[in-house]
Write a new protein. Structure first.
Length: 281
């Protein structure tokens, strides 16, 4: 169900360029001297400075200036930080809020009950007790529908809960779920079946439901919910997000501008624990 306000997008990691090699220095002598060219830099660097011409030798000629090195190609944008590259310490939050950790944006939200979200270099964990509604999540804002998510979870719900890809779109305002596992009942447990989609080795049922006057990323609002729910539970694997967005569009379920794509644990009138390791590419 809906969560709190908007947060900053996930950090984009850009590899830094090096510098070109040092120019060669010509030395006078009996031969022809040539200045050294700059070395090729890795990752968008500046070309090296040409070498200085040689000094006249006793019977030689001026050295030829070196050719400047060619800058290397620029680095590519990243999505989040690989676990072995993240140096941020483990962080636990027990109050509602949005911030960044290891190149991802996280959000913790609950209305009633107790619980905490712990941010780790390779994912996050959530524990909750007798809550009414809670969401602990970590992902990219805005991210892309082309994200491929690989995950593994130790998921132990006691009551109603979802293990899912979660997020929002804007214009129109839509809350969406790609559910791989659940607790005491399979969501959304109501009418609104729109078809099926085969993705990542399994069939997902597609649903469209509506929430009226509920919390959202823009405050209290009425909005649609889009669901892809796996026919069989699992707690590890790969989720190809684009397959679900394409299936929703094919079922005349309009999707707008992507606001967020997160790995998420939701609890509804339940308790439980979950430890989730994931990556998005």
């Amino acid at each position: 169900m809906a969560s709190g306000g908007s947060g900053a997008g996930g950090d984009i990691q850009v590899s830094a360029g090096g510098y070109g090699g040092t120019a060669g220095v010509a030395t006078g002598g009996t031969g022809t001297e040539t200045g050294g060219g700059g070395a090729v830099a890795n990752g968008g660097g500046t070309g090296g400075t040409g070498g200085t011409g040689g000094t006249d030798g006793a019977s030689g000629t001026d050295g030829t200036g070196g050719t400047g090195g060619t800058g290397g190609a620029g680095g590519t944008s990243g999505t989040g930080v690989e676990p072995n590259e993240c140096t941020e310490p483990v962080k636990t939050v027990c109050d509602n809020g949005v911030s960044d950790h290891c190149g991802y944006t996280y959000e913790y939200w609950k209305d009633r009950g107790t619980g905490c979200l712990t941010l780790k270099s390779d994912g996050f964990s959530v524990e909750w007790n007798e809550i009414n509604n809670l969401l602990g999540r970590k992902g990219l804002r805005p991210g892309s529908t082309n994200q491929v998510v690989t995950y593994e979870a130790d998921y132990q719900p006691n009551g109603n809960s979802f293990l899912c890809i979660y997020g929002w779109t804007q214009d129109p305002l839509v809350e969406y779920y790609i559910v791989d596992s659940w607790g005491s009942r399979r969501p959304p447990a109501r009418e609104g079946h729109m078809g099926t989609v085969n993705s990542d080795g399994c069939t997902y049922d597609i649903y469209r439901t509506q929430q009226k006057n509920r919390p959202s990323i823009i405050g209290t609002a009425t909005f649609d919910q889009y669901w892809s729910v796996r026919t069989e539970k699992r707690t590890s694997g790969t989720i190809t997000v684009a397959n679900h967005f394409d299936a929703w569009r094919s079922a005349a379920m309009n999707v707008g501008r992507l606001y967020e794509i997160s790995m998420c644990i939701e609890g509804i009138q339940s308790s439980g624990t979950a430890d989730v390791r994931f990556s998005m590419r």
